[in-house]
Write a protein that binds this ligand. Sequence first.
Ligand code: DAT
Ligand code: MG
Length: 149
Amino acid sequence: MIQQTFLMVKPDGVQRSIVGEIVSRFEKKGFQLVGAKLMHVSQDLAETHYGEHREKPFFKELVDFITSGPVFAMVWEGENVIANARQMMGKTNPQEALPGTIRGDYGLIVDKNVIHGSDSPESAQREIALFFSESEVVSYNKQLNSLLY
Ligand code: DAT
Ligand code: MG
């Protein structure tokens, strides 16, 4: 099923200049970038986005980190992209993420794990709407799609 998901290069990834590297991986896989912007995450947005973790001991640290510098927010489209992007990201803790995954290749510790990705269709829909207005998501037909699907 063709889906959309929300991915975000976290402040560590932006500071380390690996935005292009990460975008490139999803492009090469065949997914289509349909929305993107460099932005600061406000305190409010961070707390809403990570609302499910409000009671966790690391919540404050998490919000402080995601608001500490610009992030690169993206919407990606393609076949089963929600689960596929999570596989390409690797496990939450980069120490457990396999080489070949983004966190496995670029991360060292769980607090600074380079990338966020929606974990279900419900969270994808919620997170896309949180970060992007409707006009900022640009669905368009690619000639290449006939070679992929
Ligand atoms: P994911 O980002 O893989 O969906 P999650 O939703 O469980 O993981 O947690 C959100 C973020 O919170 C995660 O990317 C990094 C941070 N985090 C998770 N577990 C943590 C922990 N035990 N200590 C510190 N930060 C943690
Ligand atoms: Mg999560």
